[in-house]
Design a protein around this ligand. Structure first.
Ligand code: AMP
Length: 590
């Protein structure tokens, strides 16, 4: 396997890579970096954000920079100010040991005077949005006369945003340009047009097939009627207590309204859309990055270029009109080798749109069950139990209050105490989910637990495999198909839990599937399958739990139907009460 040490890169950069803990170069880095270090020809890199493309061009760029020369040698163009700031931040990390290196970002939405001052301080690298750069050129505040390397990052996005003429003008203002490196998630005629006009004998490198979303993303959809959309969103949030995600809406107004409704209910969320000024948006991003917020509710434009690596879920509150946009949205999760989930809330009419997107991303989407009240409560219970198991109270804390704690609980039985603590933690969830209806389209008003959904149409099967076996819906589906040879479309409404899963099959296929799977082993464990009707949906210790990969058990998940009181242990931030959510709102408005 190629390692960073096999690249002949300047020592300061190797040091930074080691500081950052990068172990192996990503696929696009493996292809692009050796070429650009040894022979920096013109290239086109087909890669989305999250593939490590910034380092793919940033490291070679810095390798070639001469820090002793005080004029702009490298220019990186990016579509949005958010991306611009992120590129500068990322490249500054790579260049941290290069004495005398200056990387300056210039972008719109902030006063130009400060940036003019920074440009006068002789940076060797400029990262810019096209509009602001042209503004600086027109004011003669910047010279691109000595620029040797130009990178066009997210070229397709820049063209989509109407920057074609600006890009042309900027490239024409770089007479000393020797190399142009173009990066794009998609390859359109327009992107090729730029290459034809401004690049010579370029080579193309792809991080994977263009337009195809990451295989680490589990695409799920939930079918509900339009008027149940918000309630479904809420249930999905509650069912995923460790969620750290982006909820996409179609309009700014929806982003604002959905967010406000969730905030009022005590969820730690905030809107992010174009009607908010830059200062406010930066603040929201800071809060999101520091995990003071569990989700942001964003429009596509505002969320562009969000560079957060450990997003666990993307939720499409509404599907975008353009299937391409779906790939941009889902690409916010499962970055840098991690896995993630993209959930879409759709109405029955929109299932055809899902099929269209499936064809584009070349992946099967899983129709999943909107969990019922009992499932939500159980999931949150197991999440809490896991948090208790993983909690490491400070020694001082225990010492300080030991006597009074013992005194208070001297007479209380251990089981009773556990019951009380769990009740305190979950009572609001339990109350809120007492008489909830089935939100899955076609089941409204019915109580599935009492058998409302049973009939001749399908049989719900239980299988004793779940997330703890390293499975998600996609992997489980694959295992079932491979073991039984049945068609993937036979399986519907799959719910993968911690140690077990459920799915629907047509009544006449159930017996066949049970028979063929029951003898199988999965990773040495005997597979057990039975009709779910024989088990209580709400009972059994087989399910619940929350630990999906790396984020289960973290104490950030605080979403719940109603704000709750003080916690036994845990993160005040994520378990903030109504006041904390309201307080935040108050601050924003003030
Ligand atoms: P990008 O696609 O450039 O937006 O990069 C996505 C994230 O991956 C950034 O936060 C980088 O710091 C991180 N990253 C880039 N290269 C590597 C690598 N080789 N190993 C681990 N993380 C990386």
């Amino acid at each position: 396997m190629i390692s960073f040490s096999s690249f002949s890169m300047r020592e300061e950069l190797m040091q930074a890579i080691s500081d950052l803990g990068f172990e192996t170069p990503t696929p696009i880095q493996q292809k692009v970096i050796p070429q650009l270090l040894s022979e920096p020809i013109d290239i086109i890199g087909l890669a989305q954000t999250g593939t490590g493309k910034t380092a793919a061009y940033g490291l070679p760029l810095l390798h070639h920079v001469d820090v002793s020369v005080k004029h702009v040698q490298c220019l990186v163009l990016s579509p949005t100010r958010e991306l611009c700031m992120q590129i500068q931040e990322e490249m500054s990390k790579y260049g941290t040991h290069m004495r005398g290196l200056r990387i300056t970002a210039v972008y719109g939405g902030v006063p130009i005077t400060g940036q003019m001052r920074e440009v006068r301080a002789h940076p060797q690298v400029i990262v810019a949005t096209p509009g602001r750069l042209i503004d600086l050129l027109e004011r003669k505040a910047i010279s691109l006369e000595h620029v040797q390397y130009v990178v066009l990052d997210e070229a397709d996005e820049m063209l989509n945003m109407g920057f074609r003429e600006d890009i042309d003008l900027i490239l024409k203002s770089t007479p000393a340009r020797e190399h142009t490196w173009l990066f794009s998630a998609t390859m359109s005629n327009e992107v090729r047009g730029i290459a034809k006009r401004f690049m010579k004998d370029w080579k193309e490198f792809a991080a994977g097939a263009a337009n195809v979303t990451n295989e680490n993303i589990d695409h799920q959809y939930f079918v509900t009627n339009h008027h149940n959309r918000f309630e479904t969103l809420r249930r999905l949030l509650d069912f995923n207590p460790g969620i750290y995600g982006i909820i996409f809406t179609r309009t700014k107004q929806d982003a604002q309204e959905v967010s406000e409704k969730l905030m009022k209910m005590g969820y730690l969320v905030s809107p992010l859309h174009g009607d908010m000024d830059q200062k406010m948006r930066t603040k929201v991003m800071e809060r999101f990055k520091s995990k003071a917020l569990q989700c942001i509710v964003a429009t596509d434009v505002a969320a562009r270029g969000i560079d957060v690596n450990d997003i666990t879920h993307v939720i499409n509150y509404e599907l975008p009109d353009d299937p391409e946009v779906y790939t941009h949205r889902s690409g916010r999760t499962a970055r840098a080798g991690k896995s993630g989930i993209c959930m879409s809330i759709v109405s029955p009419k929109q299932i055809s749109n899902i099929r269209q997107i499936e064809r584009l991303v070349k992946q099967k989407f899983h129709k999943s069950d909107i969990p019922d009240g009992a499932e939500v409560v159980r999931k949150r219970l197991f999440f809490y139990l896991e948090q208790i198991a993983n909690a490491e109270p400070k020694a001082d804390f225990a010492k300080l209050y030991r006597d009074s704690i013992h005194e208070t609980f001297a007479e209380v039985d251990k089981d009773e105490l556990i019951r009380k603590l769990i009740w305190l933690q979950l009572k609001d969830t339990i109350d809120a989910y007492q008489d909830t209806e089935d939100l899955n389209a076609g089941f409204e008003g019915k109580d599935r637990d009492r058998g409302g959904s049973r009939g001749n149409r399908f049989v719900r099967l239980f299988i004793n495999l779940g997330e703890k076996d390293g499975l998600n819906a996609q992997k489980l589906l694959q295992f079932i198909i491979e073991s039984t040879d049945i068609d993937a479309n036979t399986i519907d409404r799959m719910t993968v839990r911690d140690m077990s899963s459920f799915f629907n099959v047509p009544g006449d296929a159930a017996e066949y599937i049970i028979e063929h799977l029951s003898n199988k082993k999965f990773k040495g464990r005997k597979v057990r399958l039975e009709e779910a009707e024989q088990r209580s949906f709400a009972g059994g210790g087989d399910s619940g739990g929350s630990s999906r990969g790396g984020y289960g058990g973290e104490s950030r998940g605080g979403s719940r139907p109603k704000p709750q009181g003080p916690r036994f242990s845990g993160d005040v931030r994520s378990y903030g009460n109504k006041e904390s959510a309201g307080g935040y709102k108050g601050k924003r408005k003030g």
